[in-house]
Write a protein that binds this ligand. Structure first.
Ligand SMILES: NC(=O)C1=CN([C@@H]2O[C@H](COP(=O)(O)OP(=O)(O)OC[C@H]3O[C@@H](n4cnc5c(N)ncnc54)[C@H](OP(=O)(O)O)[C@@H]3O)[C@@H](O)[C@H]2O)C=CC1
Ligand SMILES: Nc1nc(=O)c2c([nH]1)NC[C@@H]1CN(c3ccc(C(=O)N[C@@H](CCC(=O)O)C(=O)O)cc3)C=[N+]21
Length: 296
């Protein structure tokens, strides 16, 4: 079987189009413009690239983008003061603090200082709890993007065996919650999982969020399974810097039914979902109807 390629780049463009249409209506009918604040602490070059493309796409869909670049030695008190200011700014509907933060800053403390209604990353403990109990929340962007692609490809996910590799708070755990919410039978694998290839071979849906370049091999994949590759790894190959996922694409694509590429898969969907979440947060804050099809 040669896998169908799930084109995250094209899907993301469609999502951004829907967001842009809704934003235009909000402006016309209510005079409201959604605003997204992105906070970057320090100089991590990879993070700067993401922040730049997020800012650019925010403006392209008609929203306001507010970028706050702070020095790597910014104190916790200074960062918390900025978050407090953004929490109280009515022009800001979404706040994203780029992770990871420099070591001297307590990530949990900082994230839980964000107003949960403006937490477009869905990392605040209130949103984590709401998602875990099946209540309306802000849903983390990367897992939401993966879910949208899976629903689009399969229609219903009910009863499917799903294996999520990785148990981080930002990808693995919320991904597992979303799949459970869609009635998959979910296994969460991690670095202590025994016989990972065997576990993965049972799956109709594999989501790889490990951070290890090309770890998941084609002979781990069940014939016809759907493979979602979250990994973003910059490696050097033949003297050139290239971007690869956590899945060995060639061997996996030879057996899978469908697969997301890297780049052009989950990454663009993450940013599109960030914009969708900002729009959703804006609508909720004004008591207006939410965009359809853009939430979990
Ligand atoms: N496309 C996108 O939009 C995004 C992509 N990413 C990418 O996704 C990947 C994962 O990110 P993130 O969740 O933040 O990473 P973390 O490092 O926080 O988590 C990695 C997880 O993988 C597990 N793991 C590590 N080694 C193995 C192994 N050999 N076998 C099985 N499991 C293993 C770890 O297990 P344990 O808990 O036991 O240590 C951990 O749960 C990265 O490549 C990151 O760059 C991340 C966010 C967004
Ligand atoms: N608070 C917070 N929220 C995040 O969502 C968050 C974060 N911190 N820290 C870093 C990770 C990583 N991340 C990516 C988003 C888009 C691409 C993306 O668009 N990638 C392109 C390629 C871009 C390139 O070529 O470099 C693609 O896969 O096609 C990648 C990675 C969001 N993250």
């Amino acid at each position: 079987m040669v896998a169908q390629v799930i084109d995250g780049k094209a899907f993301a463009a469609t999502v951004r189009g829907q967001v842009a249409d809704h934003v235009a209506r909000l402006k016309e009918e209510h005079g409201i413009t959604p605003g997204l604040a992105v906070v970057l602490v320090g100089e991590d070059p990879a993070s700067q690239v993401y922040v730049r493309s997020k800012g650019k796409q925010t403006v392209e869909v008609g929203m306001n983008s507010y970028e706050h670049k702070l020095d790597a030695d910014t104190s916790e008190a200074e960062l918390l003061a900025l978050i407090d200011k953004l929490n109280n700014d009515p022009a800001v509907h979404g706040i994203l603090v780029q992770l990871p933060l420099p070591k001297h800053l307590n990530e949990d403390l900082v994230i839980n200082a964000i107003d949960p209604a403006k937490d477009v990353d869905g990392f605040h403990i209130s949103n984590v709890g709401l998602l875990g109990t099946g209540q309306k929340s802000m849903v983390p962007c990367t897992p939401l993007g993966c879910l949208m692609m899976l629903r689009d490809h399969h229609g219903s996910l009910s009863g499917m065996d799903a294996v999520v590799i990785g148990r981080s708070n930002i990808v693995g755990k919320p991904m597992a919650q979303l799949l459970l919410g869609d009635s998959c039978t979910v296994t969460i694998a991690h670095s202590r999982t025994r016989n990972l290839p065997e576990v993965v071979r049972r799956a109709d849906i594999v989501v790889a969020a490990v951070g290890r370049p090309e770890m998941v091999q084609g002979d781990w994949i069940k014939e016809g399974a759907t493979v979602i590759d979250v990994g973003i790894n910059r490696i050097e190959r033949d003297g050139k810097k290239v971007l690869v996922g956590d899945v060995h694409y060639e061997s996996a694509a030879a057996v899978a039914g469908a697969i997301t590429p890297v780049p052009g898969g989950v990454g663009p969907m993450t940013i599109a979902c960030l914009l969708a979440n900002t729009l959703t947060a804006c609508c909720r804050s004004h008591g207006l109807p939410e965009p359809e099809g853009l939430t979990a």
